[in-house]
Each structure stands twice: as structure tokens, then as C-alpha cells.
Design a binder for this molecule. Structure first.
Ligand code: BV8
Length: 225
């Protein structure tokens, strides 16, 4: 059986990673337009670097939680074929032992050179003074993440997996951000069973066959085990 799983910021919340948009509509005190768009980066690269530097440090100081570990068990020990897609840019799925993770919004612990395109592991702070170790360029490194208005990664692969899914499970996402929020519709059209595990009803709860509400650290192990 093919199980396609989509995770969002809610699965990392119990690890201490703040979710995307709090009730005040701000993201760690910043407007999304200022820190998660190409325009914002062109306007003030240092502000954007600081926003991601602070998140990069925080992610390296926290641990995967029981929800991440349960998904890793499902992929490694279960008898099903599991495809794990995440909107998150942290590496908590990998550190929990998930063998293959599709980061459709990129990865916080990687940088990308805007001159030569090289993607490198990055565990340190970035700034305009950072130098690309592949082409020697300066002021050309950016976080390897997908900003608003930019094309998500692996979309063709994701589309194919959704079309052949027997089950689609969405965990810890508000269903606010597209195209991820539209995946449940593709799964429904493919005849998959659809399940939502989220703290609160999401913007797309109505599209799921079943929607369960509660902390991922409890719901996901209960579903997996
Ligand atoms: C695209 C990476 C074109 C960076 C992110 C105008 C111009 C251009 C595009 C648009 C536009 N208007 C709309 C769009 C589309 C836009 C969009 O959707 N905007 C929204 C705001 C309306 N999308 C895009 O721009 C995308 N690109 O459209 O390209 C295209 C696309 C397809 C085909 C052709 C062309 C790019 C979107 C990617 C943006 N980058 N992140 C970074 O992280 O810094 S998105 C960002 O939001 C994070 O990745 C985050 O993961 C994601 C979604 O949020 P969630 O994960 O759902 O997090 P959220 O806080 O919202 O919700 C958390 C949930 O968890 C809550 O429901 C909560 O109840 C629950 N929860 C909390 N605690 C727990 C819990 N659940 C369980 N247990 C708990 N303990």
C-alpha cells in the first residue's frame, strides 16, 4: 500500500520550533513579506539572513519528538511504501531516522549560491559577507529555501505520488499555503483514503475523509502503532 504523508510546522511544534504564523499574523516578530520573499531579500538581505540564522541556530538546539520518530518507524519497519513530503525546512524528520524526506520548501541547513547555483550544507550563520566556496563569489549566498512566489521543489514527483496514493495523511499543517494545501484534493481524485491529524481544524479539514484533532506527539504514534 502507498502511503503519502504531508507534514507542516505543527509536527515540529512539540520539539520547540515555532509554527509559521501565530495569531498575530507575524512570524517571530516579522512580516512574511519582509523575510520570506525574494523581494524582501533584495530589499534587506541582512535582515533576512538574521531571520534564518536565528532559526538555523534554534533548529540545531532542539530534538525530534515522538511524532517524527513514529513516522520514521513506519517507513523503516512497516510493510507499506511511505512517501514523506514536508513543508518544513528543519531536519527533524532526518534526525528521527526517516530514510527519505521530500523538502518541498527547501532546507534551512543548506545554502544556495545565486551565481553558480551550488547547494551546500550550512550549519553556520550567513551574511552578505559570506563567500561561496565553489565559485568564490561574495554576497551571493542565500538560504536554500522556497520563498513565497517561488516554485516549490519536487512538484512533479509529488504529483505522481499523490496520483498513486492509497492513503494520504496530512499532519500539523493549517492548509493555508499552496500548492501543499491542495494536495488533499489530488489524493481525493485519485481515490485515496484521506486523514488529517492536526491540533485544530485546518482550512481544508472538510476535504478529508477523517480529521482528528490533538497534539501530533500523541496522534501520530497512535496512528502508526
Ligand atoms: C507558489 C519556506 C507558484 C520558507 C514557506 C501571490 C503571489 C505568488 C504566490 C501566491 C500569491 N498568493 C498566494 C500564493 C500562493 C502562495 C501561498 O500559498 N500564499 C498563502 C500565504 C496564501 N504560495 C507560494 O507562493 C508558493 N509558491 O505558489 O509558486 C506556483 C506553484 C505551483 C505551481 C505553479 C506555480 C511557495 C510557498 C512556500 C513558501 N515558503 N516556507 C521558510 O520556512 O522560512 S511556507 C511556510 O508556511 C512554512 O514552510 C510552513 O510550513 C508553511 C505552511 O504553514 P504550516 O506548515 O501549515 O504552518 P502553520 O503555522 O500555518 O500551521 C501549523 C499548524 O499546526 C496549525 O494548523 C496548528 O493548529 C497545527 N499545530 C500546532 N501545534 C501542533 C499542531 N498540530 C499538531 N500538533 C501540534 N503540537
Amino acid at each position: 500500500m502507498n502511503i503519502v504523508i504531508l507534514t507542516g510546522a505543527g509536527i515540529s511544534a512539540e520539539s520547540g520550533v515555532p509554527v509559521f504564523r501565530g495569531d498575530d499574523g507575524l512570524w517571530e516578530g516579522h512580516r512574511v513579506e519582509d523575510v520570506a520573499t525574494p523581494e524582501g531579500f533584495r530589499r534587506d538581505a541582512e535582515k533576512v539572513h538574521q531571520f534564518y540564522n536565528q532559526r538555523r541556530r534554534k533548529v540545531q538546539a532542539v530534538e525530534p519528538n515522538p511524532a517524527h520518530r513514529a513516522l520514521a518507524r513506519l517507513a523503516r519497519e512497516g510493510s507499506h511504501r511511505v512517501v514523506l513530503i514536508t513543508q518544513n525546512i528543519d531536519d527533524l524528520h532526518e534526525r528521527a531516522g526517516s530514510p527519505e524526506v521530500l523538502h518541498m520548501h527547501g532546507e534551512l541547513l543548506k545554502s544556495r549560491c545565486e551565481e553558480c547555483g551550488k547547494v551546500s550544507v550550512c550549519r553556520h550563520d550567513l551574511s552578505r559577507a559570506s563567500i561561496c566556496d565553489a565559485c568564490g563569489g561574495i554576497d551571493c549566498l542565500r538560504p536554500h529555501v522556497v520563498w513565497f512566489g517561488e516554485m516549490p521543489i519536487h512538484l512533479d514527483w509529488i504529483q505522481q505520488e499523490l496520483e498513486r496514493a492509497d492513503e494520504f495523511v496530512s499532519i500539523g499543517t493549517s492548509g493555508r499555503v499552496y500548492p501543499a494545501a491542495g494536495f488533499v484534493e489530488i489524493a481525493n481524485e485519485s481515490g485515496a483514503k484521506t486523514l488529517e491529524l492536526n491540533l485544530d481544524p485546518s482550512e481544508v479539514s472538510g476535504a478529508f475523509d477523517v480529521s482528528r484533532h490533538g497534539p501530533a506527539g500523541e496522534l501520530v504514534p497512535a496512528w502508526v502503532d
